[in-house]
Design a protein around this ligand. Structure first.
Ligand SMILES: C[S@@+](CC[C@H](N)C(=O)[O-])C[C@H]1O[C@@H](n2cnc3c(N)ncnc32)[C@H](O)[C@@H]1O
Length: 468
């Protein structure tokens, strides 16, 4: 294994020469493949009943499992297209799992693309509150939007901004913030050898400056009493303990919190800070030679309360609701009669022929670069309404009046995902027609329009199943 000499030296001083040998040995072991169940769509118990593959629990993550990536291909199964799980390296499941989220929270994921953590944060909101998922890279933010839509998360903002630009809009707005920072990726050397070359171009020093700026910007958007989780997939103290140390120095109202432990977790290294601080032992380091996952660092922090106890949780600021003032277009209200879920009409916003269902209590976002605000319900076309793929993924089967439910081994499922027209003469009568929600084993995949026992395919073309 050809590791940069400077990296080797630092790892030896971090681990000691003997343990460093254990670390090197794990480069010869196979990588781990992980799958995280989308609990917004299916419980872990139900998923285990229908899982097409043997799964082994990731012991420190409630909804995380190992699978055999050499023989199983969960990304090529209809359940993946139904958004029932996310494929994620097991250690990378830790940050979102250890940030406590309650339905109704306002949550910000500052560096969110492609959505490995944001999808879990969104699932735990259970449709209440708001998830703002941001990523500086607008091309990566497109993938983030797709993953959030696939997961069925509708109470979202997908933003693409430099975090400092967001401060005036969201000062002390969020209850929870996750910063999965851009980093030198040392923890991924074992899984992805390309990271070694990247490290040689931009190492810890480069990323540490960026991280300090991101954490201090994010700190200003957290409300007093709120919680922040900082994570990286690297080992270097400059990017881990020292970034946390910097935040604590700049914002003394923050303090480190204990998080739920696991026997393989190592405490953060107090001496790795510029001024050693025992509180840093509350942070967690994950080493690939100590447990079945790649290298990570996770720190959970709380923003101090202000003033006396009665002000501990200042009232949540509310904003004037932007309302669509005119009555809803008839074609939209007709379509919404098929949706069996209480919708608040004042949350429907129509912009440029597109209808959205907006999260509550948003600040005015004019001037922010975004890819999505709210759940895209669909498009108003000439005298008709076309529901969106995002809406199909956000609905549960029982929340739509007309459904076609196919079993995963019915060949029509893959044909539907490929964009083909389906013959449904065995399932529906001649007189049935209109919008149908197509499901696999009870989990929505997308819409189709039925007429004469034939289903016209309305699956989003950009998401179609590609033949290999
Ligand atoms: C470690 S990755 C995030 C992975 C993501 N949390 C996940 O679990 O899928 C870091 C991300 O930070 C983004 N990024 C880099 N600089 C940034 C900045 N200043 N503000 C926000 N995002 C930034 C990168 O585009 C990259 O997508």
């Amino acid at each position: 294994m050809n590791l940069p000499a400077a990296f080797e030296e630092k790892m030896k001083s971090l681990l000691g020469t003997e343990e460093y040998e254990d670390y090197l040995r794990c480069f010869d072991e196979p990588r781990y493949y992980g799958l995280r169940v989308n609990t917004a769509k299916i419980s872990v118990k139900e998923f285990l009943k229908i899982s097409p593959w043997p799964l082994e629990p990731v012991p420190w993550i409630r909804n995380g499992f190992y699978y055999d990536g050499e023989s199983c291909h969960p990304a090529r199964h209809p359940y993946y297209f139904a958004g029932l799980y996310y494929l994620q390296e097991p250690s990378a499941m830790t940050p979102a799992d250890r940030l406590p989220i309650s339905p109704g929270d306002r949550v910000l994921d500052v560096c969110a693309a492609p959505g490995g953590k944001a999808t879990e944060l969104g699932a735990r909101l259970c449709g209440e509150g708001v998830l703002a998922a941001n990523d500086l890279s607008s091309s990566r933010a497109k993938g983030l939007l797709k993953n959030l839509e696939l997961f069925g998360i509708g109470n979202v903002l997908v933003l693409s901004e430099e975090p400092g630009k967001l401060i005036p809009y969201f000062r002390e707005y969020f209850d929870k913030i996750l910063i999965d920072a851009p980093c030198s990726g040392e923890g991924m050397f074992r899984k992805d050898r390309k990271m070694i070359r990247a490290w040689e171009e931009h190492g810890p020093e480069f990323f540490s400056k960026m991280q300090k700026s991101i954490v201090t910007q994010a700190a200003q958007m957290l409300r007093p009493g709120g919680m922040m989780l900082y994570s990286t997939c690297t080992f270097s103290p400059e990017e881990n303990e020292q970034t946390v140390e910097y935040l604590l120095k700049e914002y003394p109202e923050f303090s480190l919190c204990e998080m739920e432990g696991y026997e393989g977790f190592c405490p953060g290294i107090a001496d790795a800070a510029l001024t050693p601080d025992a509180a840093l032992e509350k942070t967690v380091r994950i080493f690939p030679h100590r447990m079945k996952g790649e290298g990570h660092f996770v720190a959970l922090l709380k923003k101090g309360d202000v003033g006396p106890a009665c002000e501990e949780f200042p009232p949540v600021r509310t904003y004037e609701r932007r309302q669509y003032k005119k009555p809803l277009p008839e074609e939209l209200s007709d379509f919404l009669k098929l949706v069996r879920r209480p919708l608040d009409p004042s949350r429907i916003d129509i912009r440029a022929e597109r209808a959205y269902y907006m999260p509550e209590d948003l600040p005015d976002l004019s001037g922010v670069r975004f890819l999505r605000t709210g759940l895209l319900l669909g498009e108003l076309k000439k005298n008709r309404f076309e529901p969106s793929q995002a809406l199909a993924m956000n609905l549960k089967k029982e929340e739509f009046a007309n459904t076609v439910d196919l079993s995963a081994d019915d060949g029509r499922v893959i044909r539907y995902l490929k964009g083909e027209t389906l013959d449904l003469s065995d399932l529906v009568s001649q007189k049935e027609k209109g919008w149908y929600l197509v499901c696999v084993d009870g989990y929505p995949l997308g819409f189709g329009k039925l007429g004469g026992q034939t289903l016209k395919n309305k699956y989003l073309p950009g998401w179609r199943w590609q033949s290999v």
